[in-house]
Design a binder for this molecule. Structure first.
Ligand SMILES: [Mn+2]
Length: 244
């Protein structure tokens, strides 16, 4: 039996020369640790090329990165909007809708969770620090000495949710690298995990037939130290194996 292929969306440099596609190695490591074969999918691929690749993959991983163009949810950009790539937005929205239409399992991380929400008609808080009443720092990059695998805030997960079943925990400590968050939920999505300040940290499709799960934290950085984080990638690969 051949291992399942997992399409992994990549980042793209914005306003830099030469333009590049790149992906944090932690995503590739996490998929491989779980027994899958990561297939990086850069936004620069022609539509026919990426359609040709998607036909062969058994799962989708949406990765972290810059902000989704607020025009995608009908808003003008907040002054903090950064690293917007129309090509990347297009690719990942396409991957999301394709995975859902084809019942291909999808795991969405950080920006990926936000893309999932926007692809299904949802909206985002464009800058958490600009919103009233958010005492929690969700951008640990700004915290001195906090490495990427160090958890900085708690998350509570809804009992009985798909996410809770995968993680095997209802409370966990997570890392946090985001300045945006879920506002209005996309169609068919339910929020299933929250930070102590009520920021949404987990989403899934309500449809029980579908494996579509998003987390706002970065489990790929935690797989070495945190069983719950590893379980996310193991669940994606396991579900993908059914299609391989
Ligand atoms: Mn957070």
């Amino acid at each position: 039996m051949s291992p399942p292929l997992i399409a992994v969306s990549t980042s793209v440099t914005v306003d830099k020369y030469p333009e590049r596609a790149y992906v944090n190695a932690a995503y590739l490591d996490a998929v491989q640790q779980a027994g899958g074969v990561p297939v990086p999918l850069p936004p620069q691929l022609a539509p026919s090329a990426r359609a040709g690749i998607l036909r062969h993959v058994h799962g989708v991983l949406l990765t972290g990165g810059g902000d989704v163009d607020p025009a995608r949810f009908g808003e003008t950009p907040h002054p903090t909007t950064a690293e917007v790539s129309a090509a990347r937005d297009t690719l990942e929205i396409e991957m999301t809708r394709w995975a859902i239409a084809k019942h291909v399992p999808l795991l969405a991380v950080c920006r990926g969770l936000q893309v999932l929400n926007v692809a299904l008609g949802g909206s985002l808080y464009q800058d958490i620090p600009s919103e009233p009443g958010s005492p929690l720092d969700h951008s640990q990059a700004g915290l001195q000495g906090k490495a990427r695998h160090i958890p900085t805030h708690q998350v509570k997960v809804r009992d009985g949710s798909r996410l809770a079943g995968i993680l095997g925990a209802l409370e966990l400590d997570v890392n946090s690298f985001h300045h945006q968050a879920i506002k209005r939920l996309g169609e068919g999505l339910v929020d299933v995990a929250w930070a102590p300040d009520s920021i949404v940290e987990g989403l899934e499709l309500a449809d029980e037939e579908q494996f579509v799960v998003g987390v706002q934290w970065h489990p790929e950085e935690l797989v070495g130290s945190d069983r719950a984080a590893f379980n996310l990638f193991a669940a994606l690969v396991s579900r993908a194996r059914d299609l391989a």
